[in-house]
Design a protein around this ligand. Structure first.
Ligand code: F6R
Length: 258
């Protein structure tokens, strides 16, 4: 049993938390620029990072934060799905973030929901190789699913799992149902970076907001480290911080009782 606790920052609500993560990303971008190297960002989709993306867009528009040489790798994508489909993570990233900043589209990488089944293993290996060729991910942004997933690493995903195709958990498909006009329309499968891939990032920021995330945050932060909750593996990473609002932190055991 391993009770090691990850560093946790708790904010009044999601806005200051999102701004804090955006500031951290901007700082890493500037530090990398100073060394003459582009920053490599690992990005997530979903509701959780939206305000963080808004803050980065504001920094770009008002403070000239420069994304021209930034390289991005997204965590995951449904499979199969067309990149032009409204529910695809390609469209989400373009609409929420990429079209508002000066990123070079050739530096954007997202697993494709159109990869043919027989080529998926090769494409996933190439995705990993590309991350390594670019020097690894400087900052990885994560949300957490109610199944405990990071990326789409559903329960059963091992510590050394790599980028691959897998079946989505029932809870994950239920949570995605409204976006797809019903659970039956949610793809059964997805392509995701593995837990091992994520753990190689130099720094990891996991964000979780709202009471719906409180119970899984407690399990990730305090229960045994195991593949039952893939986010629990983050406690074995030396530079991971959880950014929570008050509601998401509510079930954590107080470290210093009053
Ligand atoms: C999305 C991703 C997922 C989400 C998680 C939380 O790219 O990798 O792990 O971060 O499902 O989703 P939201 O933020 O919508 O609650």
């Amino acid at each position: 049993m391993n009770r090691k606790r990850v560093p946790i920052k708790i904010f009044e609500n999601d806005l200051p938390a999102s701004i804090d993560v955006a500031k951290r990303i901007a700082k890493v971008m500037l530090e990398k620029k100073a060394t003459g190297k582009p920053a490599v960002l690992g990005l997530a989709t979903g509701n959780t990072p939206v305000k963080m993306y808004r803050e980065l867009i504001r920094m770009h528009q008002e403070e000239k934060l420069d994304f021209s040489d930034v390289i991005t790798f997204n965590l995951d994508e449904y499979w199969p799905i067309r990149p032009s489909s409204l529910q695809s993570y390609h469209i989400f990233m373009h609409e929420t973030f990429f079209k508002h900043i000066n990123i070079d589209t050739k530096n954007i990488h997202i697993p494709s929901g159109e990869w043919r089944e027989e080529e998926i293993d090769t494409r996933c290996r190439e995705y990993e190789e590309l991350i390594i060729e670019n020097g690894g991910i400087d900052v990885q942004i994560l949300g957490i699913g109610r199944s405990g997933h990071i990326g789409f690493n559903e329960p059963g995903s091992e510590r050394d799992s790599r980028t691959r195709m897998l079946y989505l958990d029932k809870k994950t498909r239920l949570d995605a149902a409204s976006g797809f006009s019903g659970e039956k329309n949610v793809p059964k499968m997805a392509i995701t970076m593995g837990v091992g891939t994520i753990m190689e990032a130099h720094e990891i920021c996991l964000m979780a907001f709202g009471e719906k995330k409180a119970s899984i945050i407690r399990r990730a932060a305090e229960d045994d480290i195991s593949s039952t909750v893939s986010a629990s593996f983050l406690r074995e990473h030396s530079n991971t911080t959880f950014y929570l609002d008050k509601s998401a932190s509510e079930e954590l055991t107080p470290l210093c009782p009053p």
